[in-house]
Design a protein around this ligand. Sequence first.
Ligand code: ADP
Length: 859
Amino acid sequence: MMAQYLALKAEAGECLLFYRMGDFFELFFDDARRAAGVLDIALTSRGAHDGAPVPMCGVPVHSAEAYLARLIRAGLRVAIAEQVESPEDAKRRAGSKALVKRDIVRFVTAGTLTEEALLNPRRANVLASVCEVREACGIAWCDISTGRMELEECLPGDLGAALSRLCASEVVAPDDWDAGGRATASRPRAEFGSEAGETRLKAVHGVATLDGFGQFTRAMLAAAGGLIAYLDHAGRGKLPLLLPPVARTGATHLAMDEATRASLEILEAQSGGRAGSLLASIDRCVTGAGARLLAEDLAAPLASKRMIDERLAFVRWLHDDPLLRAELRDRLRSLSDIGRALGRLVAERGSPRDLGQIRDGLVEARAIGEMLRGTSDRPPLLEDLLPSLRGHGALTDLLSLAIVPSPSTERTNGGFIAAGYDASLDELRDVSSNARRAIAALEARYRDETGITALKIKHNGVLGYFIEVPSRHADRLMAPDCGFTHRQTMANAARFNSLTLHEEASRIAEAGGRALVAEEAHFEELVAKIASAREAIARTAAAVARIDAAAGQAERAAEGGWCRPEIVEEPCLDIRDGRHPVVEAALAKLGDRFVANDCVLGSDDRLWLIGGPNMGGKSTFLRQNALIVLLAQAGGFVPAAAARIGLVDRLFSRVGASDNLARGRSTFMVEMVETAAILAQASERSFVILDEVGRGTSTYDGLALAWAVAEAIHSGNRCRCLFATHYHELARLAETCPALSLHHVRAREWKKDLVLLHELADGPADRSYGLAVARLAGVPPGVLARARQILDKLEKGRVETGGLAAGLGELPLFAAAAQVTEDHRDTLRQQLQSLDIDALSPREALSLLYKMKQAVAET
Ligand code: ADP
C-alpha cells in the first residue's frame, strides 16, 4: 500500500494527498502534520516506514467538503486519490490480497472550485495565468464557476495593478517566472506557448479561427495556453465550463494600482475582510451574481463616457420608479444562481438540484423580462439586455416535464425525474411500489397465519427485507416446514426470511436498480442539452446580474439621497456637498451627523493644499472625493448633492504612512516608491490624493520632499490633486503656483476644549491645534504644560529666523530640475570617458550613439 501511496504522492507534488480508504480520506507523513495543524484534528500514526511510525490523520468522506474548504482557505492545494475499482474487482483481478487501484481524480485548488459550499456566492472566484512574451505580459483569467474568461496584455510594470484588480484566488505562472513574493502555482514553461494556446482555445470552442471572438496578442494566447493546461491538469483531463474569451484592451478602464486599491479599501478594508469596505457599504444586490458583478464594476470602473452614461441612465430609470424597483428586486430575490449551476453541471460536478435551478432561473428570467417589457421609456442598456432574458422556451419546457419541483442535491438515490416523463421509468417505479404494497399485505397475512400480532416486516442496509418477531415467539417460526428461515437472533427479537418475501424484495431491488440507471441516463441527457446551450444561458445569467447590480445601485442611491453624476470630458471636478459613504454610515450608527463638503477643481485651480488639525477630517475629505470619482465611473450614483466629473484616466491614492511596514521595506521607502510612481504616471486627466506625504521622515526632509512633490505635481503632471499636509510652510507655495489654492478643515477652541467642525474652508490653516488634540486624547496636564513651554520657545525662534521655510519663497521654481540635467550631463561624460572605442563594432557604436541622444532628449 505504501508503494501505491508514495507513487500517487509523487504525482501530487506539493499538493496534500487525500488517499481514499473506505469511508475516510487519509493523509500521511508531512501532509498529515500540516493538515492536522490547519484542521485541528488528531494526528495518529500507522505502521512503520523506514523504521519510523508513519504520521497519519484522516477526514470522513461525507464531511470532506468542509475540511477541504478550510485547507484551501489556508492556501493549500489538495489532490484527491479515489478508489477506481471495487474490492471485488480487485480480488477478481489479482487474488484475495489484491490492493484496490487508486488514482488522482482531481486537484482541488482555490481557483478551480465549483462547489457551492466552497465558494462565496457574492464574490467571483478568479483563476489567473500570467506569462511574459517579449517584454509584454499576457494575463488570462477565468472564473470556472460561471465560465467567464478574459485575456489581456500589459507592460510588466503594470502587472501588479492588473492582478490586484482581479483579486485572483490563485495565480498560475511558468516555473521560471519571478513571482516577486506572490504565491503562484508553478507550471512547466512549455505549457505557456502562444501557438498551443491558440490551438487549445479553438479546440475548446470548436472553431477554426478565433477572429470571431476578438483580436488576441501572442502574450494573451500564451497565458491562455497556460491557463487551459492548468485546468486540464487540475481536472485530470476534464475541462470545466469555459465561455468564449473576451479581449480586454488598454484604456477602457480607470487605472488604479495596488496601493491605491488598498488605501481606498474598495473590496476589502485594510483590516482585512469585507466589513468596512466601499463594496460592503454600497452592495444592495439581492442575488449573488449581482453582487459579484458589482464587485467587478467597483474594481474596474470605466473610462468611456458613453459606457458610463449608459449605466447611469439605467440606474436613474430604476431610481426614479420606486414601485417598479421594489417589484423587480422582489422577483430577483428568489432567482437561483443560474451561472454557477451551469458551471457545476458543465464541470460534471452538478446535481439534480442544479437542473432545477437552471429551469427555475430561466423561467423567472423570462418572467422578469416580460415584466420589464411592460414599462415605458426604457433605457438603451436595458433594451440591449431584454432579448437575452428569453429564448430558452424549449429547454425550460423539457426541464419542467423531466424534473420534479424541488430536486435534491443527491444524484445517486434517484427520485428526481418527474412522473410522466418516461413511461418505462414509471413502470419500474410501479413495480417497486406494487411490491412494497405486496410486502405490506404479506405482513398482515403472516400476522394472521402465525397469530403473532407483534410480527413486523422491516428493512435495513445489511439484511435487506426481513421478518422480525419478539424473542418469545421465535420458536414458532423456527419450526421446520413452517416456511420461514432463521437469519439472525437479537437480544429481544429474532429475524427470519421467507421465499415470498425474498421474491418481492428482489422485484423491488431489480426494478429500483433499473430505475436508477434510467434516471442517470436522463440526467446525462439533460446536462448535455444544457451544455449545448451554455453560451445563451450564460448570457441570460449575465443580463440578470446587470439588472440586479443596477437595481442595487438605485436602491442604495435612494436610501442615501445620492445624485446622478454628470460625466464630462474636460478635466474638472465639481462636487457639492460630498460625503464619504463608509464614514457616514459608521457615524450614523453612533447617532452622529456627517458634515458634507464641496470640492471644486478645474484647470486653473487644480491642486488643493489642505491643512488643519489632526482628526479634523482631511483624510476623509480626500478619500470621499476619490470614492465619488470611482463610484461615478463605475456607473453608479454618488453621495453628493450634485457632481460634475471630468473623466479620470488614472486614480492615485497615497497615504504617508508611519506605521505600516509593507513588504519588508522601510515605510518611508514605500512612501517614496509610491510617490515616484505617481510623478511618473499621472497625466493631466488623472486624479491624485496625497495624504501627509513626507510624514515618514525628519521634519526638514519631509517638508522639502512635500514641497518638491507638490511643485512637480502642479507644474509637471498638471493633474487634479488634493494634498493634505500638516506643514504650514507649504502654504507659501501659493505664491509661486498659480493653480494651487489653500484650504483647511475648521476647528475652534471653545472654553479650552477643541471642537473639530469637519468643515472645509478656504485659506491656510491658522494653527495646528496639536496640543489641543493631545489634550483631547488624554495626555496628562503636566506633559501638556511642558509642551506648551517648549512650543512658545520654538515659535519665538520662528518669528526671529523666519521659520523652517525662510528663504524658500525666493527659490526659483524647478531650480532643482536644472541640477538634475547637470547631473545627467555628468553621467554622459563619465560614460564617454570609460568607453573603449576600439572594442566596439560599428553597429554597437551606432546604437550607443542613438541611446545617448535619446537620454539627452529625455531630460
Ligand atoms: P485627519 O485626516 O484630519 O486626521 P480624519 O479624516 O482621519 O482626520 O477624520 C477623523 C475622524 O473625524 C473620522 O474618523 C470621523 O469620525 C470624523 N470625521 C471626518 N470627517 C468628517 C465629516 N465630514 N463629518 C463628520 N465627521 C467627520
